[in-house]
Design a protein around this ligand. Sequence first.
Ligand code: PNW
Length: 462
Amino acid sequence: MKKFPEGFIWGTATSSYQIEGAWEKDGKGWSIWDAFSHTSGKTANGETGDIACDHFHRYKEDIKIMADMGLKAYRFSISWPRIFPAGTGKVNEQGLQFYSDLVDELLKYDIEPWVTLYHWDLPLALQMEYDGWLGDKIADFFAEYAEVCFKKLGDRVKKWITLNEPWVVSILGYGQGVMAPGRISNSEPYLAAHNLLLAHAKAVKCYRDKFQDAQKGKIGITNNCDWREPLTRNLEDQVAAQRALEFFLGWFADPVYFGDYPQVMKERVQERLPSFTEEEKEMLKGSSDFFGLNHYTTMMAEADTGKKVEQNVYGNGGISEDQEVILHVDPSWKKTDMGWAIVPWGCKKLLLWIQNRYKPEEIIITENGCAFDNGPENGVVKDTGRIDFYDSYLSEALLAIEDGAKLTGYFAWSFMDNFEWALGYGKRFGMVHVDFESLKRTPKNSALWYKEVIASNQLPEK
Ligand code: PNW
């Protein structure tokens, strides 16, 4: 059995709105997810994150479980409206204190905090008064918020992630409307994405100008991408798969690594794609110290020759009309409770595609995981499907490392079952089971399996 590289970072991930609860506690303002989940018809069974896992009150118990698992790192996000109830202006010290205490508790057990500044819970006030990610002041507000976090926590937090999955914010929040703020448009996603990228760049500039020398941390962005495999070996389908990847990941990673959008997007999206000034390009280029990747699944790509639009599987594809790519899933592929196909080799191919295109010094998988619904029986949760999933994806990640991908860390999504956005509590991604009535935590067998992986730095013999 091959070992992972020495010092490999093993972690789990969560996000504020999905686990914290305490939605109006200690001066927190409302986020767009508070408003969205409280709007009838937007989430499964009208479920909300009002209580969620009540992590806000139970973080010590949760961190104890993390320590028992032997986690080296824990990725969580800060709720912007806990820090700035109105999005900008006055800071809520009580909100900051919660995260400061959380960080101290993690460090007590030698678990390194990896902090995401934005995992989708935008202060509602900024949505109402400034049009959220469509407004031209949003990047400055984000940098203002980020600076407060660097100042208060940067003495102890050495890993920062500005944004989680701007693709999801743009496509699912502004394109398909299934996530907050629930807008449906074929132009707004491009504008939201543009402002997200500028917000990222401004926060990074602030960190580098004012904090990085003294605090000696790293800062980057996390993008999500599925793999796109050409449906056939025809040149058209190969080009279509490449185009789909550029529309998905290149949209965000090209500006961060090269300073501008992919050419193919400029050609196809035209005036709906905003452009960067020279100064903005400079600010964006090289603005991530590591390549943060969230990866879940794979689809096959076919060039859309114009006749098949109706049968397109739009869901995961970006703004499909602009790409002219039809997505397919192989019927033989097994699926998780999300309906996402389990295709471990797609993970390897994607890692190598990233290494080859961007040549990052480090890639960190900041999320990978699966939803399966297994509950405790006599205190034991036999989630073999989840163990198989992790084992297969990690095996492929290891092969990618052997082939040159500089993968240096891996975060399982998720530490515990939580609020899966519009799908509510029915989709369970956790290594730790949460009973949403009693809020009791039960580590699943996958948590015990992961503990073994971490301790030995390799995958156990099967
Ligand atoms: C990610 N898609 O979301 C998020 O970062 C997590 O908050 C979430 O719980 C997890 O993955 C599981 O869903 C995604 O449709 C949501 O392609 C949707 C998609 C991708 C990622």
